[in-house]
Design a protein around this ligand. Structure first.
Ligand SMILES: Cc1cc2nc3c(=O)[nH]c(=O)nc-3n(C[C@H](O)[C@H](O)[C@H](O)COP(=O)(O)OP(=O)(O)OC[C@H]3O[C@@H](n4cnc5c(N)ncnc54)[C@H](O)[C@@H]3O)c2cc1C
Length: 398
């Protein structure tokens, strides 16, 4: 019997494992994949500030690029704002994360179910049952166990992404690019790794459409000439954290807890943070031999203190984006804010007051749920456009 079993060895599970290793805990980490970090299903971008907060500096072999300008395109509109981001080689990054805990890692091992008992937790894998005092659930975009335990209010909204690594791109190396496409409720991103290679992908709220086809169309539309070397497809939950991230003998983190910035889809940093915090609570539980729901709720308190605001802000910004997409108002969403407001909205989900007003009205009239948006949306968007701006918007011609 282990003290702790971690299910899933992505950023959240690996950050938890590193913390348990430091505390000298008897633990196992399992993952269904054959090799850490692969297959890649990610844009691989992370904020420099957050990365350094976690890893002290950025001079690692898996940090491929630092960019300082973000460029947003929508039809004839181009907006830019500044913020340093890093572009990683995510597979190498995860392999590096796994190095200190490799003796605790069991690959090709899938958790099929888990049962919480009075004295232990049972984890059903392939043909065996593993037991532990506590489990950390970090198995990505899977909500089956959480649903079974009544920890999810409603099925999280998923954003489906398709993309790949490209060679010989025509982008500037110091910029991240975003091309918005309201028709398919999504945007294409291009994140250069160096002068030649870039991670290019497309993510959309609307998962019914053929994302790969749309992606190819957008490459043509925006004259992105690059040779595709590899491809990936994946989903990410973009409606905020689940109702409850703990239960008796169980802590949930990363994608499995819905801890993703709902507007940008960023989840690497939030996975790292929540994995580490889950492990800290788990260590306390082992040391004090208390594994009940009431004791473990301190984990939820901790992550809310650290990233709760970002999670909430991400939801508002993403709902506003959805509303703008549905109502073909993307242009005003990006044209209206000043550069400072745009940066805050894109990065921190801090929506300008007047736009927050639109969001509030949309919530009151329950417009996000409606397929066809009524006249009221037009009216509130016009209010949004009319309210005086704090600063003159600088919109370069693109
Ligand atoms: C297309 C796309 C682009 C993205 N781009 C970015 C980006 O640029 N920047 C950013 O910050 N975020 C990005 N994200 C989000 C980010 O990838 C996730 O939020 C992040 O990976 C969450 O980490 P995690 O450890 O919770 O989950 P994951 O990374 O999904 O790890 C979960 C692990 O659990 C394993 N697993 C699953 N089921 C089981 C099981 N039953 N038993 C055992 N193991 C299991 C999986 O094999 C996997 O290794 C993107 C997501 C997608 C889909």
């Amino acid at each position: 019997m282990y003290d702790i079993i971690i299910i899933g060895a992505g950023p959240a599970g690996l950050a938890a494992a590193r913390e348990l290793k430091k505390a000298n805990i008897n633990f196992l980490i399992i993952d269904s994949k054959k090799e850490i970090g692969l297959p890649l299903r990610c844009g691989e971008g992370i904020r420099e500030k957050e990365f350094i907060e976690f890893f002290k500096h950025k001079n690692y072999y898996f940090v491929k690029n630092t960019i300082n300008i973000h460029e947003i395109y929508y039809k004839d509109l181009t907006r830019t704002f500044k913020e340093n981001f890093l572009e990683l080689d995510r597979a190498e990054f995860e392999k590096w994360l796994a190095k200190p805990i490799k003796n605790h890692l069991r690959l090709s091992t899938t958790c099929q179910d888990l049962k919480i008992k009075e004295n232990l937790i049972e984890i059903k894998i392939n043909k065996e049952i593993l037991t532990a005092k506590l489990a950390i659930l970090a198995y990505g975009c899977n909500f089956n166990i959480q649903k079974k335990l009544n920890l999810v209010k409603k099925q999280p909204n998923m954003v489906l992404g398709y993309g790949g690594i490209f060679k010989n791109h025509n982008f500037e190396e110091n910029k991240f690019y975003y091309f918005f496409d309201p028709k398919h409720l999504g945007y294409l991103w291009a994140f250069p790794k160096d002068k030649k290679t870039a991670n290019i992908g497309f993510g959309a709220f609307n998962t019914n459409k053929n994302t790969k086809k749309i992606f190819k169309k957008l490459l043509k539309r925006y004259k992105i000439n690059a040779k595709q070397l590899s491809e990936y497809a994946g989903i990410v939950p973009c409606s905020g954290p689940i109702k409850k991230t703990y239960a008796d003998r169980l802590l949930i983190c990363g994608n499995a807890a819905g801890q993703v910035h709902a507007f940008s889809g960023e989840g690497i940093y939030y996975g790292l943070v929540s994995g580490k915090l889950a492990a800290k609570t788990a260590v306390k539980a082992v040391k004090q031999n208390i594994f009940n729901d009431n004791f473990l709720k301190q984990y939820e308190k901790e992550w809310k203190k650290k990233i709760g605001k970002n999670m909430k802000a991400g939801i508002i910004a993403s709902e506003l984006l959805y509303l703008a997409f549905k109502n073909k108002e993307i242009k005003s969403l990006f044209k209206q804010p000043t550069e400072k407001e745009l940066r805050e909205m894109m990065l921190y989900g801090i929506v300008p007051l007047r736009a927050r007003f639109v969001w509030k009205l949309a919530k009151i009239f329950n417009l996000l749920e409606k397929k066809e948006l009524p006249l009221i949306v037009k009216i509130i968007y016009n209010i949004y456009k009319l309210i005086k701006k704090d600063e003159k918007s600088k919109v370069p011609k693109g």
